[in-house]
Design a protein around this ligand. Structure first.
Ligand SMILES: Cc1cc2nc3c(=O)[nH]c(=O)nc-3n(C[C@H](O)[C@H](O)[C@H](O)COP(=O)(O)OP(=O)(O)OC[C@H]3O[C@@H](n4cnc5c(N)ncnc54)[C@H](O)[C@@H]3O)c2cc1C
Length: 264
């Protein structure tokens, strides 16, 4: 079956590849198509196109079956300068690490890549008394964008799991939002979130991370803490041991099973 093509794939050129922290690269891409990008919201994302040997595509594929896509949050967009930046977490070694991580380590000025999108996902709830963000290196870019845009009086927490102490970043945020860094896999994101001093009133929750961590957090929010569905955005951004395409299929199945359980 032919896969659905994302909107307007464009050929963009790498203009910079900088180290943000040891396990995060910031890739800045430029191209005329960016002048026509729509206004993007906080967790807008684009799709990077690779062939099945893991090489970046520099011309749009004739069929979507010739490309594998990888999803990255738009960290910043400057339409006037026709540039976009993506913060890409590094993981693993060599091509086994996945085409996107492998590319992020090596991309250099002048390299070309086909980029689809942008797309957007559901954001923070419209009404809340306090905010709770939970994520890892893959959602740190989205959480950073959200924190930058929150009203100055916002209270709450952002719990962010990072690979090493050196991956901490200085985040622009309201004073009342406390950042809790979790280094490595223990304690789990869900345990740290559960152990927070939950503030009075209704939280607006935004969480995105690895698949199993997402399931643990979802169970905490929905079953243990009884938070209303409309107050929560939760998504898995990747799955241990699964490529993005495999993870996408797992994610769809998991969402169906979860929704079916809710109406039983
Ligand atoms: C809406 C959305 C926005 C996203 N935004 C960002 C972003 O801004 N920055 C970012 O870094 N990621 C982001 N991600 C996650 C990113 O798309 C995945 O991590 C993707 O799988 C990486 O592709 P790859 O080619 O490097 O690895 P793949 O080929 O997909 O996977 C190869 C192997 O690497 C493992 N793997 C994949 N990602 C990771 C990881 N992060 N850590 C450890 N092992 C991993 C897989 O489990 C698999 O075993 C986002 C995902 C979504 C859905």
């Amino acid at each position: 079956m032919e896969k659905k093509s994302p909107k307007k794939p464009a050929c963009l050129t790498v203009v910079a590849n900088e180290e943000v922290t040891p396990n995060m690269r910031r890739i800045t891409l430029s191209g005329k198509a960016l002048a026509n990008y729509p206004n993007i919201d906080s967790a807008a994302y684009v799709k990077l196109f690779f062939d099945f040997a893991g090489n970046p595509l520099s011309v749009p594929p004739e069929s979507m079956n010739e490309a594998q896509l990888r999803t990255y949050t738009v960290r910043s967009l400057d339409r006037q300068a026709q540039s976009i930046s993506l913060d890409m977490a590094l993981h693993g070694e060599g091509k086994q690490s996945g085409p996107a991580s492998h590319w992020a380590k090596r991309a250099s000025k002048g390299d070309k890549i086909i980029v689809g999108g942008p797309g957007s996902s559901k954001g923070l709830a419209e009404h809340y008394d306090w905010v709770l963000f939970a994520g890892d290196m893959t959602s740190l870019p989205a959480i950073s964008v959200y924190l930058e845009k929150l009203p100055g009086s916002t209270q709450g927490y952002a719990v962010i799991q990072i690979t090493s102490e050196e991956d901490k970043q200085v985040l622009v945020k309201p004073d009342g939002v406390e950042i809790k860094w979790v280094i490595g896999n223990a304690p789990s994101l869900a345990d740290v979130v559960d152990g927070l001093n939950w503030l009075p009133g209704t939280p607006g929750i935004w969480a995105a991370c690895e698949f199993s961590s997402m399931r643990a957090l979802r169970s905490l929010f929905v079953k243990d803490r009884n938070i209303a569905h409309e107050q929560i955005y939760i998504s898995s951004y990747w799955r241990e041991g699964r490529s993005e395409d495999q993870h996408k299929a797992d994610k769809r199945k998991d969402a169906e099973v979860f929704a079916a359980k809710l109406i039983q």
